[in-house]
Design a protein around this ligand. Structure first.
Ligand code: PNW
Length: 464
């Protein structure tokens, strides 16, 4: 008998800016990622998402790839500025038509759409006019955009994710400047995060008040978190690891599941950490029907030696603002790494699932992203022999399975990142996560061995 629940959701994920291309077609407005990628020096070799996988013109072909794998669910995001080119105001019906085509095609092939409303591509107009995520009023714009999506697509879409990885928008977009809008600050990440949480609360409120009863869907958020393994078993290192997790995932999940930021953040961030009004708290607390988790890697965490500041050791390892948390991150040299330099530590996935299960009261969890980039995959002949990708997925899924079977975690689904090689943000096309190779000169898709491997997992509802 398969240890996986019979209705386990086997999926794959993408995001609009990373795959659609057609950046100026059919009335699409610009987003902050268009502006950022078009600013020299911001992405690898100034790569942009102007064309990328050209998914906009290849919907039927891409759904056929999903069908060939037997995918149960497909997670994609809507480009806000395709529906509302100015971020607000007039609706671009051609944008609505594009997502209708995609959704109808998925349903015609028995694939359940899981729709992310915001995967980082804020309409540029809202950045220029309001300073984007730094303006308290942004939450209302999110809610109106969300309402438009529910009204137009909610008759067929029953699984909604409000925000993808607000940690990245806050830390990478407003703290370190690696992502759009490229701001560098010690205060702004907390402000951006705060308004994203408020936006999430308002979107969910609109859905629950006006749509959920008659449409019968569910809504949640997808947060990212790496595992923090205590470097040693000392109380100080265990506390440092816990603190690291609270600054990373607790920052976003505590307000939703417990109604407040973690106490350790309140102590250490002080006045830079905004307070929730009673009205905001009421909307945010309890505002998720499921726990979406994007998980890729693990770092050791330790109490830094007295007097020394804990420095971020890598982009991936910097879970929250380093100066505020004072957690020294390190790696085991024996750990294998992906092409992102991210450590392959499947046990960390199981421990993180346990941590979430315990801290947030046994919520239904979906792993909304997990996967790996591998080197040398520009070459299609090498890319199709991606044994290490199947091995990565197999090991992480085995860890997830142990969390279900042995730890009683309520894990209900898993989405591979990603269906296709695509525009990997600041890394441009230099990092490939796809189950399918994409030749970016011609747009040709080629299934990698991992696509067939995953198809077999889905068919048997079991790991090999
Ligand atoms: C996630 N980090 O991004 C995103 O949701 C995807 O769009 C992306 O392609 C995928 O993971 C692979 O990177 C992340 O620095 C980017 O910790 C950076 C980090 C984490 C996730």
């Amino acid at each position: 008998m398969s240890p996986w629940p019979h209705n386990f959701v086997w999926g794959a994920a993408t995001a609009a800016y990373q795959i659609e291309g057609a950046w100026q077609e059919d009335g699409r407005g610009p987003s902050i990622w268009d502006a950022f990628a078009h600013t020299p020096g911001k992405t690898f070799q100034n790569h942009t998402g102007d064309v990328t996988c050209d998914h906009y013109h290849r919907v039927e072909e891409d759904v056929a790839l999903m069908q060939a794998m037997g995918l149960k669910a497909y997670r994609f995001s809507i480009a806000w500025s395709r529906l509302l080119p100015q971020g607000r105001g007039e609706v671009n019906e051609a944008g609505v038509a594009f997502y209708n085509r995609l959704i109808d095609c998925l349903l015609a092939h028995g694939i359940t759409p899981w729709v992310t409303l915001f995967h980082w591509d804020l309409p540029l107009a809202l950045q220029l006019e309001l300073d984007g995520l730094l303006h308290p009023g942004i939450a209302d714009h999110f809610a109106r955009y969300g309402e438009l999506c529910f009204a137009r697509f909610g008759d067929r879409v029953k699984h909604w994710i409000t925000l993808n990885e607000p940690w990245c928008s806050a830390v990478l977009g407003h703290g370190l400047g690696y992502f759009a809008p490229g701001r560098v600050s010690r205060a702004e990440p907390y402000v951006a995060a705060h308004h994203l949480l408020r936006a999430h609360g308002r979107i969910v409120d609109v859905y629950r008040r006006k749509f959920q009863a008659q449409q019968g869907g569910v809504i949640g958020i997808a947060n990212n978190c790496d595992w923090r393994e205590p470097r040693t078993d000392t109380p100080a290192d265990r506390a440092a690891a816990e603190r690291g997790l609270e600054f990373f995932l607790g920052w976003f999940a505590d307000p939703i599941y417990r109604g407040e930021y973690p106490a350790v953040m309140r102590e250490r961030v002080g006045a830079r950490l905004p307070e929730f009004s009673a009205a905001d708290r009421a909307l945010i607390q309890g505002s998720s029907d499921f726990f979406g988790l994007n998980h890729y890697t693990t770092m050791y965490a330790a109490e830094p030696p007295t007097g020394a500041a804990a420095g971020p050791s890598s982009l991936a390892g910097n879970g929250g603002m380093a100066e505020d948390q004072q957690v020294a991150l390190s790696e085991d040299p024996a750990w294998e790494k992906t092409d992102m330099g991210w450590n392959i530590v499947p046990a960390g996935c199981r421990r993180l699932l346990q941590w979430i299960d315990r801290r947030y009261g046994h919520p239904p969890i979906y792993i909304t992203e997990n996967g790996c980039a591998l080197p040398g995959e520009e070459d299609v002949a090498q890319a199709v022999q991606d044994g290490p990708r199947s091995a990565y997925l197999q090991r992480y899924l085995a860890a997830a399975q142990a969390a279900i079977v042995e730890d009683g975690v309520d894990l209900r689904g898993y989405f591979v990142w990603s269906l296709l090689d695509n525009f990997e943000w600041a890394y441009g096309y230099s990092k490939r996560f796809g189950l399918h190779h994409v030749d970016f000169a011609t747009g040709k898709r080629t299934p990698k061995a991992s696509a067939r491997w995953y198809a077999e997992v889905i068919r048997r509802n079991a790991l090999p």
